[in-house]
Design a protein around this ligand. Structure first.
Ligand code: GLY
Ligand code: MN
Length: 357
């Protein structure tokens, strides 16, 4: 963990703050290894202090490296602030995208001698490029998602409802050793599949439906995120046509993903294919997102955000174009993709050909 903190210190050196006050637990985990549900981390050029309450004294000592564990009793924040005051940092950066207005007000009162400076994405930017350990864990999480998709193909039968599939899928995740779902699974069928983030319902799965299944597992803190759309019993010409457009768009975008391509440019590769086929307005979301300790790990391959962002080796992105037609249905195909030295590698490997179950 020391190397991560040192990378953060390099970022601090080029910013105008003397210390970073880290509250987002995922960022605390990334920098220290601590996985508890409560804690605060202060990083300065000279020190890195993790403040935890008595529930986590032992766990924090066991899990962390590169930080000094400060054992607070019951008043975690007040005790942490008293300690931070002894360090007297002039300008303290806080994670502007992760702190509430009330917590900011309390912090300002708690450390009145320091100026609070909002910072964005300082740690998220470091998290974008994964190290070998992170890639290895994500590979395992993706392999489990592939196994679960194979299992779903054998499990789903017409007459079940979407919730039946969702519940059983979660059980299968846990049984295989995952901490749980990476996010609430999306299992939507028939006209429900036109809702990109629909919720599994009591709707019964019927012959002729598309079923979109978007799910992933969390394993050792890291996430996978796969989507496949399959047809039940048969697929008509329109279903095949729409599916093929999405399949081609996804294949082209994965093929294009390589170091140096712009976030916007990658998005356009898929979007142009969908637009040329006449479905542009039916693809409303971003092409993908960075994937890691958070499912949405901070950045997007998008036509609207990060106009300057460029893809780098070692990043893991989802590539997930879709077409959604109200009152008809939808198709999405999503893979998790590692950016390599000269291209990319799919970490989820399930077939993208149209499957009829
Ligand atoms: N696969 C769910 C999401 O990307 O939000
Ligand atoms: Mn996704």
């Amino acid at each position: 963990m020391t190397s991560r903190i040192n990378r953060l210190r390099t970022s601090l050196a080029s910013s105008d703050i003397d210390a970073l006050y880290v509250t987002h637990l995922v960022n605390i985990r990334y920098l220290s290894g601590f996985t508890g549900s409560s804690g605060l981390l202060l990083v300065t050029p000279e020190t890195a202090r993790l403040y935890v309450d008595s529930r986590y004294h032992v766990q924090a000592e066991q899990q962390t490296s590169g930080v000094e564990v400060c054992r607070c009793q019951s008043r975690l924040t007040a005790e942490a602030w008293d300690d931070i005051k002894t360090l007297a940092p002039e300008r303290i950066g806080f994670e502007a995208t992760h702190i509430t207005v009330a917590a900011h007000e309390d912090l300002a009162k708690g450390i009145p001698g320091s100026t609070l400076v909002p910072v964005r994405n300082l740690i998220e930017e470091l998290r974008l490029v994964k190290d070998e350990d992170e890639i290895a864990i994500t590979r395992r999480a993706c392999a489990m998602a592939d196994e679960l998709f194979e299992w779903l193909l054998g499990f789903i039968k017409p007459g079940m409802c979407e919730q039946d599939v969702d519940v059983e899928l979660e059980y299968q995740m846990r049984k295989r050793g995952a901490q749980g779902p990476a996010f609430p699974s999306i299992i939507v069928s028939g006209v429900n599949s036109s809702k990109p983030h629909g919720t599994p319902s009591s709707k019964v799965i019927e012959t002729g439906d598309f079923i979109t299944m978007d799910f992933g597992v969390r394993l050792d803190g890291y996430n996978s995120d796969i989507t496949r759309t399959v047809a039940v019993g048969k697929a008509d010409d329109k279903q095949r046509e729409v599916y093929e457009v999405v399949r081609k768009a996804q294949a082209a975008a994965v093929e294009a993903l390589r170091p140096g391509i712009g976030h916007l440019e990658a998005d356009a590769v898929a979007r142009d294919i969908i637009t040329e086929a006449g479905y542009g307005p039916k693809f409303g979301h971003a092409l993908g997102h960075s994937l890691g300790l958070d499912v949405h790990d901070g950045y997007r391959l998008s036509n609207v955000t990060d106009p300057e962002g460029k893809v780098q080796q070692g990043e893991i992105w989802t590539v997930e174009p879709g077409i959604y037609i109200e009152d008809w249905g939808g198709v999405r195909i999503e893979d998790d993709v590692l950016v390599t030295a000269d291209g990319s590698e799919r970490l989820t490997k399930s077939t993208r050909e149209l499957i009829i179950i």
